[in-house]
Design a protein around this ligand. Structure first.
Ligand SMILES: [Zn+2]
Length: 298
């Protein structure tokens, strides 16, 4: 999938790195568990209210390309080619970002900036395969707390999370530039606090000519979380207070953000416009990242 749209004067393209298909999509009850703060009865009620009869979480891996006045900026890079970590059945379905970037008319050498919402492998591996930076001219950005956390991650952190993050930090070397929340990384592209999924997780706000889009990264994986922002997802290391920060980011910006785009949304169907909608258990179903003139700030 290549989905083009614009935020003001910023041409954008969401390029899918791929996604598991049934039966490899995770079941809702194995994804949202009491351990992630989701009581079974609450999950059943939310699914029933949604009224779609679905049983799985439809996760995708999406990368957002933004043509800024200073050059092409890529936000998250997917799993990269030849990724077999999710098993042989899933491997052919993912790792497509590189070829689709070319289909979209871009070259990896065009990118002057690569921004990571966080350093999980499904966001960074596409920028370091095969063991060297895949974007030869780009400066790479992640939040300072994210780089610090993974650099000193204790052995208790699962190896499948720790090792790719450390490899990314090693491969990127001095080209990886830690940033703070609030920094304008590129013109009209700003880091926004959204710690929780990981300690230094950030959202990325695009803003141009009165239009805004918040790329929420892994703050949300499923439309059900829009109505239940305290629901965590597997791999979110808790404590819940950290996740609450992401929820705060969501609610606090609702009135000022024209639309949002979760990294993992499978299709544009549930990207939406919190500026105009109260998140419901089913989320919004819109054909595009619905862009509207931004409202005055609070
Ligand atoms: Zn993640």
């Amino acid at each position: 999938m290549i989905h083009r749209f614009a935020v003001g004067d910023l041409p954008c393209a969401v390029i899918s790195d791929g996604q598991p298909e049934p039966p490899w999509e995770p079941a809702l009850e194995t994804f949202f568990t009491p351990g992630t703060g989701v009581p079974p009865e609450e999950l059943r009620a939310a699914v029933a209210a949604e009224g779609r009869g679905r049983t799985t979480v439809r996760c995708g891996y999406n990368c957002l390309c933004v043509e800024t006045p200073a050059g092409l900026t890529v936000i998250d890079t997917g799993l990269g080619r030849d990724f077999g970590g999710y098993g042989p059945e899933v491997a052919p379905l993912v790792g497509r970002f590189g070829e689709r970037l070319a289909e979209a008319g871009f070259s990896a050498a065009d990118a002057v900036a690569v921004v990571f919402t966080h350093l999980h492998e499904d966001h960074v591996r596409g920028a370091m395969w095969p063991g060297e930076p895949a974007f030869p001219r780009a400066t790479l950005y992640a939040h300072a707390a994210e780089v610090a956390f993974w650099s000193g991650a204790p052995p208790s952190v699962p190896p499948d999370q720790r090792e790719p993050a450390l490899e990314a930090i090693r491969v990127f070397g001095e080209r990886l530039r830690p940033v703070e929340y609030g920094v304008e990384i590129m013109p009209q592209v700003r880091a926004v606090e959204a710690a929780g999924h990981t300690p230094g997780h950030m959202a990325v706000l695009l803003e141009s000519r009165g239009q805004r889009l918040l790329c929420t990264g892994d703050s949300f994986h499923d439309p059900l979380q829009l109505g239940h922002p305290t629901w965590r997802t597997p791999g979110t290391p808790t404590p819940s207070g950290r996740y609450a920060a992401a929820a705060h980011c969501w609610s606090g910006r609702r009135r000022r953000t024209s639309s949002y785009w979760p990294t993992t949304c499978r299709s544009p169907a549930w990207a939406g416009s919190p500026g105009t909608a109260t998140p419901s258990p089913g989320g919004r179903s819109l054909p595009d990242p619905c862009l509207i003139p931004a409202r005055p700030g609070p």
